[in-house]
Design a protein around this ligand. Structure first.
Ligand code: ISL
Length: 594
């Protein structure tokens, strides 16, 4: 038992408060909607824009500030819409442009900002440009918009370099030319159906500037930028034998860096932070984001934002994406990747504030999204193992109760920290990962390209449960759902939690309401003396305005022994029941006024 009740003045500063009139995105809570899986209006089993629009009041009541929609553009859906065939229209499965306009204006009427997804690293192979490139042949201007190269070997039968695809298999596909002969190869860092653009071609830059303007004119408030660290490749496309991905915990940590050959060693980045793969985090990407920033800054108010999905390490490198003339935010994947370990959490929180403050950007926080195992399940797995890419029925299963308990505490930590937070649909219900999906339903190209070695991401993309006793758990008017909903999801449905004291949904509502009232997103942060060992304890103080001087202790106990709060601390919310003596038990978080 921790006996100390330290003097509340014993604080170690971490981060200064923002002014009370800071722009919306500095402290926004942004709710990610995966359009296929949120709400289906027409009963085809796939979510759509009218379905989303109809349910937006739920999000106003939840208390978020903005929504981010995963792609809804025209797409053959080989990667669930991250393979875009037309950036200026809506896929018929999701609706139409008027449906998008209605969604945006309804959201605005409800006080919600709208962030859309932009996928600039690659298009779909069904994009007009790619079809034209295939038809036009080698050396054409049309091919110059993508990365086409001659193959190696006597007859060009080997790929131009050794880069693999992130989803498994080779990163190159050979085309058949118009005369029927085997021809050039094109690069696809992801699926074969996702050819990478050549961003050294000015036409590509002009096209994306125009796409940004198109969506700004339709009223969107920002863009989440897919694979923001991948657009520019090192000149010459050199072979690479180090870790391919800066994309997940297992591969991207500094410790995981494989021994590299001489050629690669020569490319060690000047900051000495490790070998830099030639397909990620190249200097040229920053020119692109400077241009995009100027496109957005030229738009009428309110301010529109760019958020980088960039799996870049260390955080000092990631912070370069959010310098004052580049993007506004970058996802904090180091936070998401942190195991249930107080020391690591403290390190990540310290580094996140330090690096973002250094460039004047808000720190973001995120625990779940459509690419990772839901945190209510992830935190119920063996914490000594790397984060898995999906969980199959024959793999170690998460401890659901433990996972949910920790997930509630982790979220209470996240939402108590200053900055902007991302919430993934369903986490407000404590939704677990689907871990028993039969393989025949799986759609993630990762599963298929690795022949099932990687389970992939379908388990976090299952349609939302809204109503327990309704077809498709209220997802839509029919029984159809594009991925099966686990039996257990009924108990998590919105109607089972609404108004129920202690439910995860009500906990999220309370956290978001207190966070807004106390302006926790704009507060300062300092370590409380209780921080240390298995305890993470931050004091969040609002620095200005009428709230000046309010101090909230945000404390999580990850240890086996209960923790006593400082004398006089008044508990506002807790993620689970406190001990009879008011102490904070294992895997529980509290917000307490000091
Ligand atoms: O999910 C992953 C591995 O299976 C990640 O490595 C993921 O591919 C990476 O985070 C990039 O993600 C983004 O771009 C992909 C798309 O499939 C993801 O859904 C998207 O978030 C390609 O566009």
């Amino acid at each position: 038992m921790t006996q100390s009740t330290p003097d509340a003045t014993a604080l170690t500063p971490l981060h200064d408060a923002d002014p009370a009139d800071a722009p919306w995105w500095r402290d926004a809570v942004i709710y990610q909607i995966y359009p296929r899986s949120w709400a289906d209006s027409d009963g085809d089993g796939i979510g759509d824009l009218p379905g989303i629009t109809a349910r937006l009041p739920y999000l106003r009541d939840l208390g978020v500030d903005a929504i981010w929609l995963s792609p809804f553009y025209v797409s053959p859906m080989h990667d669930a819409g991250y393979d875009v065939a037309d950036y200026r229209d809506i896929d018929p499965v999701f609706g139409s442009l008027p449906d998008a306009d209605a969604l945006i204006s309804t959201a605005h009427d409800l006080g919600l900002k709208v962030v859309v997804d932009l996928v600039p690293n690659h298009s779909s192979s069904e994009h007009e440009w790619f079809k034209a490139a295939l038809a036009a042949g080698p050396g054409s201007a049309e091919r110059g918009r993508y990365v086409f190269r001659e193959g190696k070997g006597a007859n060009g039968e080997e790929p131009p370099n050794n880069w693999p695809s992130v989803f498994g298999g080779e990163g190159w596909t050979r085309v058949t030319e118009a005369d029927g002969t085997p021809g050039e190869w094109y690069l696809h860092i992801f699926d074969t159906t996702q050819p990478d653009y050549d961003w050294t071609n000015p036409e590509v830059g002009d096209e994306f500037a125009s796409i940004l303007e198109f969506w700004c004119a339709r009223g969107v408030d920002g863009f989440r930028v897919d694979v923001a660290h991948g657009l520019v490749k090192e000149a010459g496309l050199p072979d690479w034998h180090g870790p391919m991905q800066m994309l997940d915990a297992a591969d991207s940590s500094a410790e995981a860096a494989l021994p590299v050959g001489e050629e690669e060693s020569a490319r060690i980045h000047e900051t000495g932070d490790g070998p830099r793969p030639p397909m990620w985090d190249q200097e040229g990407v920053h020119d692109i984001y400077r241009r995009w920033r100027s496109v957005l800054d030229a738009q009428p108010a309110p301010e529109r934002i760019l958020c980088a999905e960039a799996w870049v390490k260390p955080e000092s490198r990631l912070a370069r994406y959010v310098r004052s003339d580049e993007m506004h935010q970058a996802f904090n994947f180091d936070f998401l990747d942190t195991h249930w370990d107080a020391e690591r959490l403290r390190e990540v929180i310290t580094t996140s504030f330090r690096e973002n403050d250094h460039v004047g950007a808000p720190t973001t926080w995120v625990l779940s999204n459509h690419d990772v195992v839901r945190h209510a399940s992830r935190l119920g797995l063996d914490q000594s193992l790397p984060r898995p890419n999906g969980i199959g029925a024959d793999q170690a299963q998460p401890n659901a109760e433990l996972g949910l308990k920790r997930a509630r505490a982790a979220t209470m930590l996240m939402l108590g920290l200053p900055g902007s937070s991302y919430v993934y649909q369903g986490e407000e219900l404590g939704l677990p990962e689907s871990t028993d999906m039969p393989d025949e339903f799986r759609q993630d190209p990762t599963f298929h390209r690795t022949e099932g070695k990687e389970i992939g991401r379908d388990g976090c993309r299952v349609p939302m449960p809204w109503v327990r006793d309704a077809p498709s758990l209220g997802f839509g008017p029919s029984d159809a759902t594009w991925l099966p909903q686990p039996e257990a999801y009924g108990a998590y449905a919105v109607d089972q939690q609404e108004g129920v004291e202690g439910s995860t949904l009500e906990l999220y509502r309370s956290m978001l309401s207190v966070r807004r009232a106390d302006r926790l997103g704009l507060g300062s942060a300092a370590w409380h003396d209780l921080s240390g060992g298995d305890v993470v304890a931050v004091v969040n103080a609002s620095g200005s305005g009428s709230d000046a001087g309010r101090r909230m202790l945000v404390l999580v106990n990850l240890g086996a022994e209960p923790v006593a709060l400082p004398s006089g601390a008044e508990v506002v919310l807790s993620s689970g029941p406190l001990g009879a003596d008011g102490q904070v038990p294992t895997d529980v978080a509290v917000w307490a006024r000091l």
